[in-house]
Design a protein around this ligand. Structure first.
Ligand SMILES: [Fe+2]
Ligand SMILES: [Fe+2]
Length: 135
């Protein structure tokens, strides 16, 4: 069973962002499946790497979009992205070093991290960007 299922509450009303968020959710679910199936460290490490690099790209694209439309909370939003990135990189470091297994609690952390960010600060930029003609 998927860890996270997409639903309308997660929509930020911007097509590109919704598509990228859906892909992120898919990747977290993939990681969850690999962990559940007891896949090896190499496989899980690769999935984790993919998730991190997609996350970085998504954050950069989102920041670009917000900046180019003069979003007032741009700096605050970017800061939250930076913080999230650091936390996940830390988690990855622990995993690679073997000190921290990818546990259910790590998966729940990733799930909350993603859904809280989308439903919290990401959703707020929707109406602003819609007002700038971005759909
Ligand atoms: Fe964001
Ligand atoms: Fe986002």
């Amino acid at each position: 069973m998927a860890l996270i299922t997409w639903n309308d509450k997660l929509s930020v009303q911007i097509r590109q962002c919704d598509d990228e968020h859906k892909r992120l959710i898919e990747m977290v679910n993939q990681l969850h499946d690999a962990m559940k199936e007891g896949k090896g460290k190499q496989v899980i490490g690769d999935v984790l790497n993919g998730l991190i690099s997609y996350t970085k790209n998504h954050f950069a694209a989102e920041e670009q979009l917000l900046k180019s439309h003069g979003y007032p909370d741009y700096e605050k939003h970017k800061k939250e992205h930076n913080q999230l990135t650091l936390t996940v990189l830390d988690l990855q470091k622990g995993y690679e070093a073997g000190s921290a297994p990818l546990s259910q609690s790590v998966m729940n952390f990733l799930k909350d991290w993603l859904t809280n960010h989308i439903q919290g600060v990401d959703k707020v930029y929707g109406p602003y960007l819609n007002g700038k003609g971005v759909k």
